[in-house]
Design a protein around this ligand. Structure first.
Ligand SMILES: NC(=O)C1=CN([C@@H]2O[C@H](COP(=O)(O)OP(=O)(O)OC[C@H]3O[C@@H](n4cnc5c(N)ncnc54)[C@H](OP(=O)(O)O)[C@@H]3O)[C@@H](O)[C@H]2O)C=CC1
Ligand SMILES: O=C(O)C1=N[C@H](C(=O)O)C[C@H](O)C1
Length: 238
């Protein structure tokens, strides 16, 4: 496949290595300084774009792809307030769009188990639920996209909680997400149910970026030819 990499940082470079090893062709690698070259790519010279950039850049990159018939897989986080606009643009242009806050198979299993555990635990109000996420210090957004998806999975079952909060001190009645930034931590997410007498935890610890990149590449191989907005649940049949 002819793959365009929009964003050539930690993720773009990891995806490139895996894509070349699988015999794909990289037709472009755009970073901040070469972003204006995006307009030279179209449905004739590109089979699929993989977008991992920045909260400020993601929506405009995705819009360009949808308006120009390029199937687009995006993993950029921190731009979710524009997700509904992206959905509408995809529908209007009969486009192909896959978004995941986290492309790793392990995290998507974690999301699945998280929803199930929350559906059971909400019957036991003596357990207070909270999320903790830890990432490297270069991460620009908080809470992580993965933590937000995890929170949404819990809130489906906890009707008594009014959304999530990502600040101290915690707000009564909201699901707390605590964000920590520490050198070189790839990505750790922990859901904790704590009572006075015991606690239960579900955690995912990424050891490298290979899982994110392999999932994004799998999505890029799966998406072309499918019309609409998709997530990893569609690809993994979860
Ligand atoms: N969904 C998932 O599975 C995962 C998501 N992520 C998310 O992906 C994003 C990128 O992460 P990561 O690769 O670690 O970040 P990096 O900072 O390492 O790389 C970001 C890249 O995007 C480039 N960039 C910035 N603005 C633009 C633009 N307007 N057009 C094109 N390229 C641009 C940067 O260019 P330059 O270097 O020139 O500034 C750089 O090449 C983040 O939002 C992160 O949260 C990360 C890992 C997994
Ligand atoms: O910025 C990162 O590095 C990561 N970002 C994603 C997120 O915000 O959830 C996914 C992963 O945790 C790594």
């Amino acid at each position: 496949m002819k793959i365009l990499l929009i964003g050539y940082g930690k993720m773009g470079k990891t995806i490139e290595q895996l894509a070349l090893a699988k015999g794909h062709e990289i037709v472009g690698k755009l970073d901040h300084t070469s972003a204006s070259q995006l307009t030279s790519f179209n449905a004739q010279n590109t089979d699929v774009a993989i977008e991992f950039t920045h909260p400020e850049a993601a929506f405009s990159n995705i819009s360009y792809c949808l308006e120009n018939g390029i199937p687009v897989v995006s993993g950029s986080t921190g731009w979710q307030e524009r997700m509904q606009e992206a959905r509408e643009l995809c529908e209007k242009n009969a486009g192909s769009f896959m978004y995941a806050s986290n492309f790793s198979i392990g995290v998507n299993l974690f999301f699945h188990f998280n929803e199930y555990i929350a559906s059971r635990m909400q019957q036991y109000p003596e357990y207070a639920v909270g999320i903790r996420e830890i990432h490297h210090t270069q991460k620009v957004d908080h809470p992580s996209g993965t933590a937000i998806t995890t929170a949404e999975g819990i809130l489906q079952s906890y009707q008594n909680l009014d959304g999530w909060v990502n600040e101290a001190p915690e707000t009564e009645g909201k699901l707390p997400i605590v964000s920590e930034r520490t050198d070189d931590v790839i990505g750790t997410h922990i859901v904790r149910y704590a009572s006075a007498i015991d606690e239960i935890e579900l955690s995912h610890v990424a050891h490298s970026r290979t899982g994110f990149a392999a999932g994004a590449l799998m999505a890029a191989e799966w998406l072309p030819g499918k019309k609409g907005v998709f997530g990893m649940k569609d690809l993994m049949n979860l």
